[in-house]
Design a protein around this ligand. Sequence first.
Ligand code: EPZ
Length: 419
Amino acid sequence: MTKLVIEGKTRLQGVVKISTAKNAILPIIAATLLTGEECQLDEVSDLEDVKTMKEVMDSIGVDINCDKDKLTVNPGKIKGNEPPYELIRKMRASFLIMGPLLARTGKVKISLPGGCAIGSRPIDLHLKGFAAMGASISLGHGYIEAQTQGRLQGKSIYLDFPSVGATENIMMAACLADGITIIENAAEEPEIVDLANFLNKMGAKVRGTGTDIIRIEGVKELNGVSHTAIPDRIEAGSFMVAAAASGGDVLIDYVIPDHMRPITAKLKEMGVHIEEYERSIRVKSTGIFNSVDIKTLPYPGFPTDMQAQMMAAMCSAEGTSMITETVFENRFMHIDELKRMGAKIKVHGRSAIIEGTPGILTGSKVKATDLRAGAALLIASLCAEGQTEISDVYHIDRGYVSIEDKFSKLGAKVYRIEE
Ligand code: EPZ
């Protein structure tokens, strides 16, 4: 079993370069299915989730090759429309091929993605969109089958919740539909804007991403293009919080400051020093900082993917903070692990009350319960007295490229060991 071992009481110093965004690359790989021509994605992060998406594309006969950080996709010949259950189960984002595959081939059979550690993760809004556009949907034996006679039809679709995945899946399907599709109460995340930029490069007509109303005018076909995804705002945020919590001085390079607004605002409330430049942000902290309250919301609110990392920092803040998770129903799995390190946290429904005490954390053996919880435990271990061991590191590898190398370059004493 792989573990990360981290020596505590380490201030991070130096420069870290952020990778391209996992949550932009994954839908963009799915979007390549909308054309029969070659697409090239540059600076693709070597993440487990990208490898899984590659397996999903392989499973339907699409030619996808990785040469260092260049991904070349040849979706000319799609030899199937039934990706295997274990791949969809392994990574929910695999479900994003449903819209493109339905629009391109008129038929897709895909297993229900199932829940995961952070919640039940339903897909009702995705299916509501496809059905509205004329697809016939049937459920059975853990599979969903969607079919359409001819092209999907452009329609107005209201999302009961601004779901990122549903917005992306419906937007991609609408690109090849007959007529105009309007998505109301759409998600506004930067990764959706980046996906629309990729689609429009291909010849699509998508307008309004980044707002809650997206308009897509369907076209007959799309062309192959090349693209580099935006920087990963959650990886960047994770390093910003790590620098603040550890009392460090770090320049986070290759970011879009505007995407970091909610996190930057909270770090300023904590009394941390922030310097913003065109493509980088400097975070300087004494290691003593105020407690702040957090409520996660869809973008541009505070991101749920940064909730665990902020909670780790609040354990060592001066004072009590309240963190409310409004996006997922079960994203507090990291609390038990933080409490093993000495954190004082109480859960009341969807809120956690953290009694912050500088120096309270002690190194312990803990387990990553999901991708961002793993990053949170790494942050907590930098502040802890003594050594921490994090197991189930595969969760972290899903979303962070060689996390121990990036932290080591900032002075952290973190080692990956195989047991
Ligand atoms: C995306 O997941 C991200 N994943 C998640 O990042 C992120 O946490 C999430 O958006 C919220 O920002 C990728 O982009 C690959 P949602 P997604 O659909 O699309 C409910 C990470 O750490 N919902 O916006 O699955 C759902 O239950 C991952 O990188 C429905 O009710 O998130 C949840 O409560 C974790 N019906 C809420 O919406 C639906 O049909 C948000 O889910 C779909 C969603």
